[in-house]
Every structure is written in structure tokens, then in C-alpha cells.
Design a protein around this ligand. Sequence first.
Ligand code: 13P
Length: 276
Amino acid sequence: MPKRLEIDWQWPKLLKSKVFFDRSAATTMRKKLVVGNWKMHGRLESNRGLLEGVRDAAITSCEVAVCVSYPYIAQAQSILADSGVTWGAQNCSEYDLGAYTGEVAPAMLADFGCRYVLLGHSERRTLYGETDAVIAAKFGAARAAGLTPILCVGETLTERVAGETLAVIDRQLAAVLNTAGVEALRKTVLAYEPVWAVGTGRTATPDQVQEVHAAVRAKIAAASPAVADGIQILYGGSVKPQNARELFAKTDVDGGLIGGASLVLNDFLAICRATN
Ligand code: 13P
């Protein structure tokens, strides 16, 4: 029997970690996915041009989605319905309903045709104090409402320099895996977003990205090779038309989660096309 998987469960310093995943066992051809995260940008009029432009480009080399601010989800639905482009939100409540002023329940997002919801984005973790436990609760609630979570993980620069990258991601992933179980990842997308690369213009190198993605996939494979084989792992952090192709060419990079460049139609389309 060939040795199929060897993983250092402690996930020590990144460069010392040993991660192998026997790809001969892999059967799934993962389709690439490019998601625009508009963050708190957009107004009715500018959104229209962006949404119609993405819709009319009819990209076929990858799946395309946009995650817009809550008020514009209905606009995204009306423009993107019946196109190949899907839409989603950037956050949701961990509760189904109730006295939670200002919150939005996952079922409300489903009412407006959302396929995706971003969860655990570093801006939610750092600016709004979302803990691993809260994100795991949101993950469960989103899935129960039929949404596909895009679960974001990633380390800060301090953590990377300290050699803690994989330990941090392990902790972030474990919070979800321990509550929802590995099978829950079948209808989940992961996004690796090193915090030091988000909105900084500083992209992780393709090799750095591949190293983390392979480690994440191997970690999941230890619990379920089939789930690991099928799950889309996106990279996010200063993806631009100039660097997208090289990033997407890596074996374990299944697409991108795009911030700033998703607000510029031609840049976003160029990034989508870099998946072909
Ligand atoms: P930038 O592409 O602007 O770096 O943002 C990445 C991001 O946070 C996507 O979720």
C-alpha cells in the first residue's frame, strides 16, 4: 500500500512542516471560482454598470460570484438572475431570528437568492472582534439556511514571522471542523487570506500560497480525502490582473477572493479570465 498521507499534526513552523497528499487518489476536477468582495463599496448607479458588465462578459473559464453589501443584494439578484454569475453577502448572523437589532439572518439572505456568504473575513475578526467560536456558529447557521459559506482564514504578519502560520489556520479551521464535522465542508469554500496581503498591495508569492493551500488540503484529507479533493480553496490578498494567472496556476489554488480589483470591471474580468 502506498503511503497516502503524511502530515505533521502539530503544524510547526511553516518551512519545517511536512505535508504530503497523494494526488493519485484524487478524482475531482475542481472548477475554479473567482469571487468579488466589494466590502463597503458601491452605490446603486455604479453597481449597475459593474453587475451588468460581469453578467454580460459571460465568463466560462470559472465560476464567478460577487459578495455585495446587504442593501444591494436585491439589486444583484435582479441583474444577475438567470445569468451564470451568482451573488452573496459578506456576513450574517449566527441566529435564525429574534431580537438582534441590526443583524441579518442567513434565511433572509437565502430569500434574496444568495448562494454564498463570506464568514470569518479578517476585517470581521479584527475590526469587529469575531472569535473562532462566533464564526463557527455563523457557519452552522449559514449552512442550515442552505447558503454556501466562504470561510476565510489567514495569519497576521506577526504570526507569519513567528512561524505560526499553520498553527493559526489550524485553530481557525478546527473551530469549524470540531462543531460542524468534516462532511460540512462538502458545500463550503475556503479562502486563504494572509492578513498582511489584504488591501496592502503586498501579495503572497505563488509558492507561499501553494504551501499553505496544500497544507490545508492535507489537513482536511486526514479526515476525509474525498472532501479534501473536492473543496475549492481560494486565495485572497492583493490579487490583480498582473499576478492572478501565476497564482491560479498553482495546483491547490482554486481561484481567488478579490477585494479592490473587483470594483474595477476590466480588472475583475481580467482576473476571471486568468483562470483559463
Ligand atoms: P484586496 O484584494 O483589496 O487585497 O482584498 C482582499 C480581500 O480582503 C478579499 O476578501
